[in-house]
Design a protein. Structure first.
Length: 714
């Protein structure tokens, strides 16, 4: 909570008042000074003076000293003034508006009035605004011209407003002029990150951001980074953050953002840059109000009560201009609910196409996520004086609803189910049509409520594609050295990217692999690459492009996320392998590496450690072609005999015995060995199978095993 106590030392001495004109302003100033000095008895004498001065300001009296006098009177009557993110007292609720109006008038009349600007900034600290953002920025620029060394809060707000309004050269220049002692290293790092991200310099932005995190030295520093979390973090995450010691914050915040990159299968550092972009967009397009009027003390809580209207029927027809029914109000006075959703899910993929008369007051937006679309309706708050008479409060943004907003027929372009509801709603009293509409509407509303709840409680930055690429992805742990990812991409989903002399055709794909520990928010290996494949003839619909990527990673049990797509960003495939062990071969403990199954003639071979290892990117075989099994063993004792048992089991159901067993015993000749066997599949019918490899030290009885899946086709 930011409380403003009235000491002239707080914001500097108040300028001298002009000589009396139509009233005794000198006497007014003396009464104000007595109240500011703690004279409770003078408060009653000040009340009519403060009201008269407020009327002078309201009458557009452009006189900066008198405007400042009116501001002092209102502030003294309020007793103290809280910032917009704090609760307000009854006295301050009454006197905030006159104080803010007088302060704005004083600053407009005197472009160098640091005293008035300082109070306005303390009442509405950025990202709150105390005037239209463009007007506030203009005032800040004028102040900076008159006072090169502005107070810290004003100087920082000026930079951030420049970023918000897209004036990046001005933001850069203002940041360079910021004196070294104007902000702590942590705060300076955050502001520098805002400027760099806005310029598209993501690497510099991340360096500034996490460099600032590492320099957090106080709760004031931490608050700058808390603001980034409030819009998207889960309650449990916020509880952890607030409970941290200062020295723990850098590692925790790095893991926070990394967990989101892991969840979205994005490269490290992607989400924090995206979050800053979303913040700029939300401020530009979805402020709760755009003129700074809430700085005057608009009581949001009371306003919500005044907006409650009788329940509206669903489905809606063309006359349904629905009032806000008190479901979810704005989380703050900064962004409306559309802005909050943008911070959670990014740009909406679809906007409702409503008639002009409706589009001002209501909107339905859709976000596409890997788990399905999220459609959320929004409406502008309304003040309903009667059951049928409601006035939209256009000075405010929109509030999320549990149902689509707008006439149903206009929303058909987003959700086909609403087209059916629109037809039923048009005949509400014929042959039970109303009952059918109500039953279907209830199901639709339940789905919209579910989508709204998901949208409010989740966040993400996953890539979405129009269609699946249909790629097949297999993953293998490489002992000591990382993971091997093998791709098979159907050619029918790829468009040739060009040709050379009509004899060499080019196909281009993008491949991304992340190796991570999601619980700790740690990415241990990542590759993002574009591959171009040269073939001598155009590929047919039955052909595959095959490839592999070896991604270095330390030993451990990792989650592996894979995204492969065309370069036009139309078709893509995402796969996640929940557990892929990278085995720590140490020469002492008996361990078995991942069994790798290949196919002769597949055209794909991995050369590793001097071994040529056949691969099979489709992971499917005809029954008349053998599977080439390659596996590595470590921790062998030369001279000991080892029994190997290879089993093929039905993947479906709960089989009691394997379909096929191959067993043999060999003497170890080295501590580590790579073995390769040809497995016949002739006895297997078409289907899916589990391959299990067991290796046992006959002398000690120590046994290890690994398994994987394969498919047999006709």
């Amino acid at each position: 909570m930011r409380i403003l106590r009235f000491s002239l030392l707080l914001l500097g001495a108040v300028p001298t008042v002009l000589p009396a004109q139509t009233r005794d302003y000198h006497n007014d100033s003396l009464v104000i000074a007595r109240v500011e000095g703690g004279d409770v008895g003078a408060r009653q004498q000040l009340a009519p003076i403060a009201r008269d001065l407020a009327q002078v300001v309201a009458g557009k009296h452009a006189d900066a000293p008198i405007d400042r006098l009116a501001a002092r009177a209102a502030l003294a009557m309020a007793g103290h003034v809280s910032s917009l993110d704090s609760a307000e007292t009854p006295a301050e609720r009454e006197w905030r508006a006159p104080a803010v109006r007088a302060l704005r008038a004083a600053l407009a009349a005197d472009s160098g009035d640091v005293w008035s600007a300082g109070y306005l900034e303390a009442i509405a600290p950025y990202p709150f605004i105390w005037d239209d953002p463009d007007i506030e920025l203009r005032e800040m620029r004028a102040l900076a011209t008159r006072h090169p060394d502005l107070p810290r809060d004003l100087a920082l707000t000026r930079i951030r407003l420049e970023v918000e309004r897209g004036s990046l050269d001005s933001a850069d220049a203002a940041l360079r002029r910021l004196s070294p002692d104007a902000a702590s290293p942590a705060i300076r790092g955050h502001v520098a990150a805002e400027v760099a991200f806005a310029r598209g310099a993501d690497s510099a932005g991340r360096a500034a951001y996490f460099g600032g995190v590492a320099r957090i030295a106080s709760d004031v520093d931490a608050a700058w980074y808390t603001r980034d979390l409030l819009w998207i973090a889960q309650d449990s995450e916020l509880e952890q953050w607030h409970g941290l010691e200062t020295a723990q914050r850098a590692a925790w915040l790095s893991a926070f953002w990394m967990r989101r990159d892991v969840a979205d299968a994005r490269m490290p550092g992607t989400r924090v840059a995206e979050q800053f972009r979303r913040w700029r967009q939300a401020l530009r397009d979805y402020r709760w109000e755009a003129d700074g009027s809430t700085a005057e003390g608009a009581p949001i809580g009371e306003l919500q009560q005044s907006m409650i209207a009788p329940g509206d029927d669903f489905p809606m027809d063309e006359s349904s201009y629905l009032a806000y029914a008190g479901k979810i109000g704005p989380a703050s006075r900064i962004l409306d609910d559309r802005g909050r959703m943008v911070l959670r899910h990014g740009d909406p993929a679809l906007h409702s196409k409503l008639p002009d008369g409706q589009s001002v007051d209501m909107e339905t937006l859709a976000w596409l996520t890997p788990d399905g679309p999220l459609l959320v309706g929004f409406s502008r708050p309304q003040n309903c004086v009667t059951r049928t008479t409601c006035i939209s409060l256009t000075r405010y943004g929109m509030i999320a609803r549990d149902r689509p907003m707008g006439d149903l027929m206009s929303l058909c372009n987003m959700d086909g189910e609403l087209c059916a509801l629109a037809g039923l709603a048009a005949i509400p009293n014929r042959g039970g049509g109303r009952g059918a509409a109500s039953n279907r509407a209830r199901l639709v509303q339940q789905n919209y409520t579910r989508m709204h709840q998901i949208a409010e409680t989740t966040d993400g930055n996953a890539e979405t594609y129009r269609d699946s690429l249909g790629a097949i992805v297999e993953g293998y742990g490489i002992p000591r050295g990382g993971v091997l990812i093998v791709f098979a991409i159907p050619a029918r989903r790829l468009v040739p990217s060009g040709s050379v002399r009509d004899t060499l055709h080019l196909y281009t794909t993008r491949m991304r692999v992340l190796v991570a520990d999601p619980a700790r928010g740690m990415i241990v290996g990542a590759v993002d690459t574009v591959r171009t494949f040269h073939v001598s003839h155009p590929l047919s619909g039955d052909d595959f492009i095959t490839a592999y990527l070896a991604v270095p990673a330390p030993t451990g049990d990792w989650q592996v996320s894979v995204v492969v797509s065309d370069t036009l960003h139309r078709n893509g495939t995402g796969e996640r392998i929940a557990s892929l062990p990278v085995v720590p071969f140490d020469g002492h403990t008996l361990r078995l590496g991942d069994p790798i199954l290949g196919r002769e003639g597949s055209g794909l071979t991995w050369n590793h450690g001097g071994e040529s290892i056949p691969l099979n990117a489709t992971n499917a075989w005809r029954k008349d072609e053998p599977a080439i099994l390659t596996y590595a063993i470590d921790g062998l004792t030369p001279g000991h005999e080892y029994q190997t048992r290879i089993e093929l089991w039905d993947a479906a159901g709960q089989p009691r015995t394997p379909r096929n067993v191959t067993s043999f015993t060999e003497q170890a000749t080295a501590i580590s060995q790579t073995l390769q066997r040809s497995l016949s599949l002739r006895e297997l019918g078409p289907g899916n199978y589990r391959l299990v490899v067991h290796v046992k030290d006959v002398s000690t009885g120590t046994e290890v095993s690994r398994e994987r899946r394969l498919a047999v086709r006709k």
